[in-house]
Write a protein that binds this ligand. Structure first.
Ligand code: PLP
Length: 479
């Protein structure tokens, strides 16, 4: 399998070439040169596979330059019942992503049983093991620098803790994360994890990360890397759970199934698009946004208009509060017939006009082929959906999952099973649960009393030079 860039200049890279990177050299995103296609016989042979076997079967098609025995070992080490266990009643941790029927034809795919209680662990845990192996192979080290407002940072830290050759420097806004999220990150005692609490807001943290990354000499000398959502391995690791969800509910291989996906950076649902392009019989990909409805607007109108940070609202499903969807270019690449010149021109137009508009183009006429439909939620919708799930299904869901369930139900069709992806556990968002249900969320036993554990972090000024000095003193320098 070879990879191309959506901007067309970089061609022919292998999986290992793009594994540790973010953007391609020409500023585009990595895409497989063609999607592997699975026949009905292939699908039938996958029907009864465990999550681990499915993960190997899917990933080996994309990571063809990782020796199969190595890949098998990394997958087996990643997807184990003791990593993905929260002991929720009726759930079988061996399933890794257990499926629960909510009502006739409607299911919840539990993706949040990983170490930080969000679906990001599904991919990030594999990434940690892949990175550690690739770095050892190349005799290299990596210093991961990131900014977080909660979910991504903790997921990355739990994936990279204790890994050889990797250090993590994670910036977060000092005193602005929830007590639970702060405790999750700051109670890690691994010596390769560094929590930098920056005096400022999330945007200040991001500005510092950008400033440090723009110092190319520093970046090279200390081999600074990221684990952001455009990383290809992160996207492809998520393809697996669409297969798992599909086989759990499809009456037979070949029957249509729809998925409802709460979306922010278009990473999760992009994996669904890839699974569908591979031949998994997904009928609809139901995209759900919150009040930040850039993506819903696109699928309804054909206009893609990313918002400025000032226009981005803070909502009660905060992990979907994005201004532009960083993985969206991958889907548009397919939509425009994989024409990098067209991508260039659309993104140039966006830079000058703030938007691009596909209405009336031949490309937009083909949109129906891809199965996308969309909708958005408000805070009120979220509260109602959480309440209804509790009253009808005796199930506590988190605000992001609620956004997906709400929009999913709007597009539900007779005779087509609907799988709603759970993206986090309610324990992470106690305030909204309290508002919706008048009670605190249930917390998995291993997180009881986490706020009382000793915490480790340093408070720093929002200043790139200060952060660089901190890294210099602790990083592994590259020869
Ligand atoms: C990251 C995240 C999302 C959004 O996922 P994308 O891949 O960015 O679309 C939704 N819900 C939760 C809880 C998240 O952490």
């Amino acid at each position: 399998m070879r990879y191309v860039s959506t901007r067309g200049e970089d061609q022919g890279a292998g999986f290992r070439d793009i594994l540790l990177g973010g953007l391609m050299g020409d500023g585009g995103l990595a895409m497989p040169s063609a999607y592997p296609r699975l026949s009905t016989a292939d699908l039938e042979s996958m029907h009864a596979m465990s999550y681990r076997d499915l993960a190997f079967a899917v990933l080996r098609l994309f990571a063809t330059d990782v020796p199969e025995a190595v890949l098998r070992g990394l997958v087996d080490k990643t997807y184990t019942a003791d990593v993905y266990c929260n002991g929720r009643p009726g759930e079988d941790a061996q399933q890794i992503t257990p499926v629960r029927q909510l009502e006739l034809g409607v299911y919840l795919l539990a993706l949040s049983n990983g170490p930080t209680l969000a679906f990001k662990d599904m991919a990030m845990q594999l990434l940690g093991n892949l990175f550690e192996w690739a770095l050892a192979e190349n005799g290299e080290t990596l210093n991961i620098l990131g900014a977080t407002s909660g979910d991504t940072g903790s997921s990355a830290e739990y994936a990279m803790r204790g890994k050889h050759g990797i250090r993590v420097f994670m910036l977060s806004p000092h005193g602005k994360m929830s007590l639970f999220q702060t405790a999750q990150m700051f109670s890690l005692s691994d010596s390769n994890i560094h929590n930098l609490a920056v005096r400022g807001v999330f945007d200040d943290c991001q500005d510092v990360v950008k400033a440090v990354s723009n110092d190319l000499a520093f970046k090279r000398q200390y081999r600074i890397g990221t684990v952001n959502s455009i990383n290809w391995a992160r996207v492809v690791a998520q393809v697996v759970y669409y297969f798992k969800g599909y086989f759990a509910v499809a009456p037979e291989a070949g029957a249509p199934v729809s998925f409802a996906v709460p979306s922010g950076n278009f990473g999760n649902i992009c994996a669904g698009h890839i699974a569908r392009m591979m031949g998994l019989p997904i009928r609809r990909l139901i995209l759900a946004t919150n009040e930040n409805d850039v993506l819903d607007e696109f699928f309804r109108t054909g206009v893609y208009r990313p918002r400025g940070t000032a226009e981005t609202r803070q909502t009660s499903s905060p992990s979907m509060d994005i201004s532009k969807a960083s993985n969206f270019e991958r889907f548009v690449f397919d939509l425009v017939g994989r024409d990098p010149a067209r991508i260039e021109s659309l993104w140039r137009q966006m830079a000058t006009d703030g938007a691009f508009d596909l209405r009336g183009t031949p490309e937009w006429q083909t949109i129906g082929r891809y199965g996308f439909v969309s909708g958005a939620s408000t805070h009120q919708n979220r509260l109602e959906t959480i309440r209804r799930a509790w009253e009808t299904y005796r199930l506590m869901i988190d605000p992001h999952t609620a956004d997906g369930l709400k929009v999913g139900m709007e597009y539900r069709e007779e005779g087509v099973p609907l799988v709603c992806l759970e993206t986090a556990l309610p324990a992470k968002f106690a305030e909204t649960i309290q508002e919706a249900l008048g009670r605190a969320p249930v917390r998995p036993r291993k997180f009881e009393g986490i706020e009382q554990l000793p915490q480790r972090s340093v408070v720093l000024a929002p200043d790139a030079e200060v952060v660089k000095n901190f890294i210099r003193e602790r990083a592994v320098e590259c020869g």
